[in-house]
Design a protein around this ligand. Structure first.
Ligand code: MN
Length: 712
């Protein structure tokens, strides 16, 4: 049915009081009258827009004042109605909200969005802050978000230019604002709606990818839901609901860009959300899940004990679940779920009931209003709630220019933000008139002065403390361009480390004539030129060692072993051709463990340890497998490791070596007089460069003092 002004209505949630319903009804009536005769670009009556916005606000749990203001949000700007009319009819509360939304509508984002100016003061980040700073009452932002959400759903009726501009503005300004307010579901909605327009091809690509992926993933989700439901209930956890969630498109798109377009590197395309009755059930469920499935340790997140800054709470874990499939599981109570979906709006219903006005929250009152923004930068900063902007700070130049830096930035970051020339020549800093070290942490509102020298002379140590990527990049670039001396030193260190594997001598002891040949062969003027290129990455250490130690001549000096050695590869039996297979991530089989293959649907054979708990009990889908062994020649090297005598040292050494696929054919150890243990080992490597890797890795182990190759 086509919407006309006369069949517009609002769905009230159960439990909304008669008074509230009557006020919202009156607001709808007034807005309908005020917008009478106006149409949207879609041709529909204008009133469908404020009505849709108001419906969102009701669904998000906002109070009646906010819903009424949502209905009236465009009246002052676009109709004959004025604030006084609204105040007379609905009181100052509603009038102030409408006034706030109207003022926000006057902020002009165009300069930023068009990219026509590079002024730092109007980055997307600053615009978001400006919006918040202009708003005494956060409900104004929430109304603006409802307004934007509906506009995004009807964007197709606008011109291509407007679509682009509005979609980018939504992506850069409004979606992050929704995130700040903890409105997770809304943030995802806004991002996906914008993404369709900002990159239609990218969107179509992700859509196709996810549609294909979900066909298979849905079957898996059904299985894991059933499994978890049974196991958690048996374990005494009161499960409310388990659902599978697919990652929203825009977030897949961003992750995919980071993963070089390789979708198999993203293992949280789907997540399982478990809702349980109580907070204690959350932890119990986590324990039960970890009992069944091995977790990835660094992916266990307790956002209940330590909520995210926007208030988000849940337990997250990523486990090797059924079939060893890596799966993210989120555990939460219904209250946490509701808060995560609806954000701040949900917070104050639960805490304080429907009557509580959001503007009363203490930290919201710290926000300034537009009049102070208009004055000076100093006022602007003083009126911003620092709680809201924990990750950014504002500092000033002595002239009063405002700079926006990440938290924990230093005077060096500031210097590079002013100008790269100031950064490169920085040699001292004053904060609020006092001399400070260059790695001092800047605080909000600091006035920072940089003392410069005549010539650029940055310090490599700065790289250890600067916070901004741009400062880091500029310092690196300078050293690349000008740091020849430094590069020679680091190039020499790289080569000396590598040489340990190839020759028993130090760099200086190698025959000069041999070195000269290699330098000439690689087109450098002298050895320093080659070392500098090594230090800066213009030539690789492999290019040098290949020439310095030709494989044939080194092999000739070394014992060659010919007994069979495992390649680490698996052969699936029963087929003439080698079949593709995957080592199961759950049990990570390695030679010489007894193994068995499991034929998966669609993705070949997964190889498990015979004893793996995750091995499905489906005998007709299991196939025999064995480790491939070859008779390749290996070079036998004698290596001496000098290391502190600590528990676990020997196992660290051997697991590091075998982790690199290298065989240890013999070993002895002896305690030295210096309190160290000397491990003498025979390693069998296919090529000497692999020995170089072993030496490097071993020297990184805690307690390892030195690794040396010994004569045969
Ligand atoms: Mn509007």
């Amino acid at each position: 049915m086509k919407k006309t002004a006369s069949n517009i209505s609002i769905q009230y949630p159960p439990g909304l009081s008669a008074d509230d319903q009557s006020m919202i009804g009156r607001a709808l009536e007034l807005a309908t009258k005020a917008h009478a005769g106006q149409t949207r670009k879609s041709g529909e009556p204008y009133i469908i827009h404020p009505t849709a916005a108001a419906q969102y606000l009701l669904d998000w749990g906002l109070d009646a004042d906010t819903v009424a203001a949502g209905l009236l949000h465009d009246t002052v700007e676009d109709t004959a109605l004025d604030l006084a009319d609204i105040e007379a009819e609905f009181g100052t509360g509603v009038a102030n909200l409408v006034d706030g939304v109207t003022k926000l509508g006057q902020v002009d984002f165009a300069p930023h969005i068009d990219g026509t100016t590079e002024r730092q003061a109007i980055s997307a980040d600053n615009l978001r802050k400006l919006l918040l700073a202009m708003t005494k009452d956060l409900r104004v932002i929430v109304i603006k978000l409802a307004d934007r959400l509906h506009n995004m759903t009807t964007l197709k009726y606008l011109s291509p230019e407007s679509r682009q501009r509005i979609a980018r503005e939504t992506l850069e300004i409004y979606a992050p604002l929704a995130d700040r307010l903890g409105m997770g579901a809304l943030k995802c909605q806004l991002e996906d709606l914008s993404f369709q327009y900002t990159d239609p091809e990218g969107y179509a690509h992700i859509e196709g990818l996810m549609t294909g992926y979900m066909k298979e993933a849905n079957r898996y989700l059904a299985r894991i839901k059933r499994f978890l439901m049974d196991e958690l209930k048996q374990g005494g956890v009161e499960v409310i609901n388990i659902e599978g969630r697919q990652k929203h498109y825009y977030s897949v798109y961003k992750k995919l860009a980071k993963a070089d377009g390789d979708v198999s590197k993203i293992y949280d395309l789907i997540a399982v959300r478990v809702q349980v009755a109580e907070v204690s059930d959350c932890y119990q469920a986590l324990g039960l899940i970890h009992h069944h499935f091995k977790p990835l340790i660094y992916r266990i997140k307790d956002y209940i004990a330590v909520p995210k800054p926007n208030g988000y709470r849940s337990l997250h874990t990523t486990v090797f679940a059924l079939d060893g499939r890596i799966t993210e599981i989120q555990i939460r109570t219904p209250q946490m779920h509701d808060e995560a979906e609806r954000g701040l709006a949900a917070h104050f219903i639960y805490k304080d009931g429907r009557s509580r006005v959001m503007g009363e929250l203490a930290w919201v009152n710290q926000l300034g209003d537009i009049s102070s923004v208009a004055k000076t930068g100093q006022d602007f900063v003083e009126n911003i709630s620092l709680d809201l902007f924990q990750d950014r700070i504002f500092v000033f130049s002595p002239k009063g220019d405002l700079y926006d830096l990440p938290e924990d930035s230093t005077p060096v970051d500031f210097a590079f933000a002013v100008h790269s020339d100031v950064g490169l020549r920085a040699h001292g800093a004053k904060i609020n008139g006092k001399m400070v070290p260059l790695d001092m942490r800047l605080e909000n509102r600091d006035v920072v002065e940089i003392l410069t020298r005549r010539e650029p002379a940055p310090n490599r140590d700065w790289l250890g403390f600067v916070k901004t990527p741009s400062a880091k990049g500029k310092i690196r670039a300078w050293f690349r361009a000008a740091g020849r001396g430094e590069n020679i030193v680091s190039g020499k260190a790289v080569l000396e480390q590598e040489i340990k594997a190839w020759d028993l001598r130090r760099l200086e002891e190698l025959p000069k004539a041999r070195l000269k040949e290699v330098v000439a062969d690689l087109n450098y003027k002298d050895l320093d030129g080659l070392l500098a290129a090594l230090g800066e990455g213009g030539v690789t250490v492999g290019q040098v060692t290949r020439r310095l130690f030709p494989p044939e001549s080194t092999k000739a000096q070394m014992p060659v072993v010919k007994h069979p050695i495992a390649t680490g590869k698996v052969r699936v039996e029963g087929s003439a051709e080698p079949l593709p297979y995957l080592l199961a991530p759950c049990c990570q089989p390695s030679y010489p463990a007894t193994i068995v293959g499991y034929i998966t649907r669609g993705s070949g054979v997964t190889v498990h340890r015979r004893k793996c708990r995750n091995l499905p009990e489906e005998p007709d889908r299991l196939v025999k497998c064995h480790w491939e062994v070859d008779g390749e020649e290996r070079l036998r090297c004698r290596v001496m490791v000098t290391a502190a005598n600590r528990i676990g040292m020997l196992s660290d050494l051997t697991s590091t070596i075998s982790g690199l696929g290298i065989n240890i054919s013999g070993m002895s150890s002896s305690g030295g007089e210096d309190g160290n243990t000397h491990f003498e080992m025979y390693l069998e490597v296919p090529e000497l460069f692999m020995l170089a890797d072993v030496i490097k890795q071993l020297e990184r182990l805690p307690g390892v003092k030195e690794v040396r190759r010994l004569p045969r």
